[in-house]
Design a protein around this ligand. Structure first.
Ligand SMILES: [Zn+2]
Length: 324
């Protein structure tokens, strides 16, 4: 569990135990904020036998307080999955019959994937508990897939929870949005990010380095684990060289063409910071140009060095703010 998501997790589990958890939860926010991980933690807790047993005891206990009291102290009533019951072990093994995860490597989630899963959850649960469906990036659903999901959201089957994530909620049907309970998941603060990275024995990044990784410590960690990847410090050094003229755009582009989309993304963040500080329109134009270039360069067959060279050339056209 990412520490910056604990409050949301605890609040939702407190509502589950008060029998007030919505059957369709949509987690919105930028990529790499931890939304999918949160879905998996909630799914595990909803399926855990120990949590279930505890929840039944709570429900049978005479109520000495108003139901809404549970919301005031979510930390006291929340519970994570035990990790040792049959259900938890099956989840860890990736073979729990009542947990259905829909993801796609392609650009679209089709109707077949949604239909097959819905058919499974309309049956009674295999382990006589809850049934959970996790769908990541629901903005990738085709229109027919969206409509099929909408029916389930409108007429939920008992003991079934749909946990969904989206990076682009503006692409979703208004009817889907209105049928879900929406939770916005924010990125952790710089201090929270550093704290989490330190727990992983990863030296804390500078503010600029974290910003270059979309302000996400998860992205930052993933990049570090990629041994072939360009180090951010190296990027900053070269950028300084380009600005003061000790390095050339051509040479830098040749050096980095193998990871050009990432370099373009870092460069985009650099321009965005300049724009935020100076409101310089030229910086904003370059920010957008870098983002477009980063997307284009993900396609094979393009001359990446050439595109990078043109992006780097812009650096000398303006007195840029330095990194700290
Ligand atoms: Zn368990």
């Amino acid at each position: 569990m990412y520490p910056w998501l604990e409050i949301t997790f605890n609040a939702l589990m407190a509502r589950y135990r008060a029998a007030k958890l919505h059957h369709g939860l949509l987690f919105m926010g930028v990529a790499d904020a931890g939304k999918t991980q949160l879905c998996h933690s909630i799914a595990k807790a909803l399926l855990c036998k120990s949590v279930l047993a505890h929840t039944h005891v709570e429900a049978q206990r005479p109520r000495l307080f108003e139901p809404d009291d549970a919301f005031e102290s979510p930390h006291k009533t929340a519970q994570e999955a035990c990790g040792t019951c049959k259900s938890c072990l099956l989840i860890d093994a990736g073979s729990h019959p009542d947990l259905h995860v829909i993801t796609t490597d392609k650009s679209q989630i089709g109707i077949d994937a949604i239909r097959q899963t819905i058919a499974k959850v309309t049956q009674t649960s295999q382990l006589s508990g809850n049934k959970v469906v996790i769908i990541s990036q629901i903005e990738l659903m085709s229109e027919s897939a969206s409509n099929a999901l909408l029916k389930t959201l409108e007429e939920p089957t008992p003991n079934t929870y749909l946990l969904m994530t989206t990076n682009e909620s503006q692409r979703l049907l208004a009817t889907i949005l209105s049928r879900c309970e929406k939770q916005t998941i924010a990125l952790p603060s710089y201090d929270q990010s550093c704290h989490w990275l330190r727990m992983l024995q990863i030296p804390e990044p500078s503010k600029a380095a974290l910003i270059a990784h979309g302000s996400s410590p998860i992205t930052y960690r993933n990049e570090l684990e990629n041994a072939d990847s360009i180090g951010f410090d190296d990027f900053v050094m070269t950028l300084k060289g380009l600005i003061d003229g000790s390095d050339t755009a051509n040479r830098a582009a040749l050096k980095w063409h193998f990871d050009a989309p990432k370099v373009a993304k870092w460069l985009a963040q650099h321009w965005l910071e300049i724009y935020k500080n100076n409101k310089n329109e030229f910086a904003y134009e370059n920010y957008q140009a870098c983002l477009i270039a980063s997307k284009r360069m993900s396609h094979p067959g393009l001359n990446k060095s050439l595109i990078l060279t043109s992006l780097f050339t812009q650096l000398r056209s303006i007195q840029v703010a330095s990194f700290h």
